[in-house]
Design a protein around this ligand. Structure first.
Ligand code: NAG
Ligand code: NAG
Ligand code: NAG
Ligand code: NAG
Ligand code: NAG
Ligand code: NAG
Ligand code: NAG
Ligand code: NAG
Ligand code: NAG
Length: 234
């Protein structure tokens, strides 16, 4: 029995390690389920500080680690934790690409409250690489009534990358306040469930280099998401 189990176990462990290293290769702590360092309370909002950074990411400005609960509701696919980008808030991470592939990022954008779902929650996603052509950015704004949920899942084309590093930045966009005084809150975006999908280049492109659109192959669908992804025009 042992002799049968051991190779199986070994195989299983190797499989797990491969899966783990494969996941770690692209983004670390992509859904913020690893909490900030040195936190001692269970509060639903924790401001990140120098002593309380979040593993995998660097940050600037006002950034909070938030937990879903009575006042905040997240898509279950991203776990119970997310990050809210406040004033001048940015989170960043370096993406190391390997092998010539097309890289597509997807993520969830969540409003802080229902009032903030109506074009009032936005983030600026950008990538910076060694070469000018790899600089790209796009502002994603949460519309309303596109789906039954308050939040949306969005996709951003990172680029066609070989062996290179890109810096990914997610920055809060301060949205205009509502006209009416009783809805006069600044809406800060919440982001979660970052996923990078690598797509093989379509074979025919080796022959026809002119035909190279951005989205030949779709982005990753988020775990358990039944909504799919809102694709913005590029
Ligand atoms: C946080 O909550 C968990 C589970 O509810 C509990 O076990 C833990 O003691 C709490 N920690 C603090 C610091 O309150
Ligand atoms: C956690 O706190 C300790 C003591 O306050 C500090 O030395 C350490 O650098 C902190 N960890 C991180 C990752 O900042
Ligand atoms: C949740 O909302 C209630 C009522 O709006 C408020 O009293 C409470 O402080 C909020 N809790 C958190 C953790 O923000
Ligand atoms: C995904 O869906 C399955 C089945 O519906 C459920 O058991 C599981 O807990 C879900 N996972 C997450 C992360 O929501
Ligand atoms: C955010 O940035 C603006 C412009 O750089 C600056 O005036 C403001 O003080 C900053 N706010 C915070 C909270 O750092
Ligand atoms: C939201 O933005 C869209 C596109 O810019 C616009 O057509 C729509 O009227 C806006 N809705 C609200 C409530 O501002
Ligand atoms: C988004 O970020 C990029 C890169 O930092 C910047 O060039 C661009 O102006 C920003 N767009 C908006 C609307 O803030
Ligand atoms: C969204 O749709 C619902 C029902 O169709 C409607 O009652 C609600 O006013 C809409 N919300 C916005 C912000 O347009
Ligand atoms: C919204 O609030 C700000 C500061 O809290 C205030 O300066 C501004 O006049 C308010 N706007 C409206 C339309 O009430």
């Amino acid at each position: 029995m042992e002799r049968v189990l051991q190779p199986l176990l070994l195989f299983f462990i190797m499989y797990c390690m491969m899966a783990l290293s494969n996941a770690q290769e692209i983004l670390q702590n992509p859904d913020f389920e690893i909490p900030p360092y040195n936190i001692t309370t269970n509060s639903s909002t924790t401001h990140l500080t120098k002593e309380n950074p979040i593993p995998g990411w660097s940050f600037k400005g006002t950034v909070s680690y938030v937990t879903s609960g009575a006042n905040l509701s997240f898509p279950g696919s991203g776990g119970a934790h997310a990050v809210q980008l406040g004033e001048n808030g940015t989170i960043s991470q370096t993406i190391r690409a390997r092998g010539l592939m097309e890289y597509v990022l997807s993520f969830n954008l969540i409003p802080q409250s229902e009032d903030c779902a109506n074009n009032r929650t936005a983030v600026n996603v950008s990538v910076h690489g060694k070469y000018d052509y790899s600089h790209r950015s796009k502002v994603f704004s949460l519309g309303r009534n596109l789906s039954m949920n308050l939040w949306g899942s969005y996709a951003f084309f990172l680029g066609r990358l070989a062996a290179e590093s890109l810096n990914l930045h997610i920055t809060s966009v301060s949205t205009t306040k509502a006209k009416d005084a009783n809805n006069n809150v600044t809406c800060w975006p919440i982001v979660d469930a970052f996923t990078v999908r690598k797509n093989r280049l379509p074979m025919w492109e080796y022959e026809n280099r002119l035909a190279n659109g951005d989205f030949e192959i779709g982005p990753a669908f988020l775990k358990n998401s039944s909504d799919g992804i809102l694709l913005d025009e590029e």
